[in-house]
Design a protein around this ligand. Structure first.
Ligand SMILES: C[S@@+](CC[C@H](N)C(=O)[O-])C[C@H]1O[C@@H](n2cnc3c(N)ncnc32)[C@H](O)[C@@H]1O
Length: 221
């Protein structure tokens, strides 16, 4: 599915979100920067796709960034944008090709929802984090405002699949998006799953009224 939409993925992200996705990624980079102990730190961006978050992290934190994804066509587009500044490694988020405790920060944006097991994904993110390191999960979530929720629901389930289908040529991919978000844990549930996966100081920040949320958690020392 991601291979089919790779070429139009960035365009659609910016179009369908009115460029708000760029602001969300910048917020992730700001929060990550606050957690980094030195500029020689390494960040792993899991399910990096076309590399937008990897690049934003690279440009805004000064740290070394590695991107990984299992979809080669997405990685090819990422490689065109990052031009050797960011190593890109093909790999499955449920079986990451990295040693234990390798990274100071691990990020995953709009990726966790797509994994066959959210719990398995969280366990793997924790495994590659150094003790004391932080994970940042950016995902669609549940709008907090009861007035906004139905309006956003209408846009997300009706307008977005139509526009996404027309521009990408894959109506299925853009119908899958709202369906997968509906099944994904909301802010509180995801916090609980992260705690159960062994993260501490788990906190979340609603973005654009909870349309998306950034969850952060620390691997205990
Ligand atoms: C919605 S895109 C997000 C891409 C990017 N992080 C962003 O913010 O735009 C989801 C990405 O997750 C990747 N993905 C899904 N399941 C995966 C898995 N098991 N292992 C690695 N990557 C996976 C897809 O290939 C796709 O590039």
């Amino acid at each position: 599915m991601f291979a089919r939409i790779a070429k139009r993925y960035d365009l659609l992200n910016h179009l369908l979100s009115g460029n708000v996705d760029k602001r969300w990624r910048r917020i992730v980079a700001q929060r990550v920067r606050e957690k980094l102990s030195s500029s020689s730190s390494q960040i792993l961006d899991v399910a990096c796709g076309t590399g937008d978050l990897s690049l934003t992290l690279f440009e805004n934190t000064g740290a070394r960034v590695v991107g990984t994804d299992f979809c080669r066509p997405m990685l090819k587009i990422a490689a065109g944008k990052t031009s050797d500044r960011i190593p890109l490694i093909e790999g499955d988020a449920l079986d990451l090709p990295f040693r234990d405790s390798a990274f100071e920060v691990v990020t995953i944006a709009f990726g966790l929802r797509n994994l066959a097991s959210v719990e398995g994904g969280l366990a793997e993110l924790r495994r590659v984090l150094k003790p004391g390191g932080w994970v940042a999960v950016l995902e669609f979530s549940r709008p907090a405002n009861a007035m906004i929720r139905p309006l956003f629901g209408l846009y997300f389930t009706r307008v977005l699949p139509l526009m996404g289908g027309l521009v990408s040529g894959s109506r299925m991919a853009y119908s899958y998006l709202p369906a997968s978000v509906q099944k994904f844990p909301d802010q509180e549930q995801l916090s609980l799953l992260m705690q159960r996966a062994g993260f501490e100081q788990v906190q979340f920040e609603n973005l654009t009224g909870g349309i998306a949320a950034l969850h952060m958690g620390k691997r205990p020392e």
